[in-house]
Ligand binder design. Sequence first.
Ligand code: HEC
Length: 144
Amino acid sequence: MPSRKFLLALAFAALAAVGAQAAGTALSVKDEMKTVVDPASTTLFAVGGEVDPANGPDAAKVPPARWEEAGAAAARLEAIAAGLQQPGRAKDAGPWMTYAKQMAVTAGAAGKAAQARNGAGLSQAANDLSDTCSGCHAKYRPKT
Ligand code: HEC
């Protein structure tokens, strides 16, 4: 059995992590991209494909839970995009801010489309969001 003190320490550590994350400073950009942005956008891009009317009549049968997952992922990405614009996090006041703002706008559009069950809107917003990822990465992501 872990001691009570240990459990308390764990609880405080978890709280501190949540607080720091709310302030947008807990994770490096790299870790945030890997642990939050990547999974959220994978969900959003997948649902964007499923609800795309261009993919045929199946789009209309996407279950409510899927739309909700897309909405939640969009909200997460919008929050991250706001964090990327914070002083200390933004790499410059120029193109970085433009990309981060575009990320917020396109994620916001995806969230609204998901709420409205608008398949064409969601797939378009997912495409636009993806362009934003690529744009920022082309300029700021270290080449490997
Ligand atoms: C405002 C700029 C910006 C935007 C917008 C952006 N990224 Fe990133 N991303 C970065 C930077 C900078 C790195 C490299 C971080 C490093 O290696 O230090 C990165 C790295 C990553 C990585 C690699 C993490 C790793 O394990 O090395 C993934 C995955 C990623 N981004 C996904 C995304 C996706 C998906 C989107 C769009 C939804 C997105 N990013 C939008 C700046 C951005």
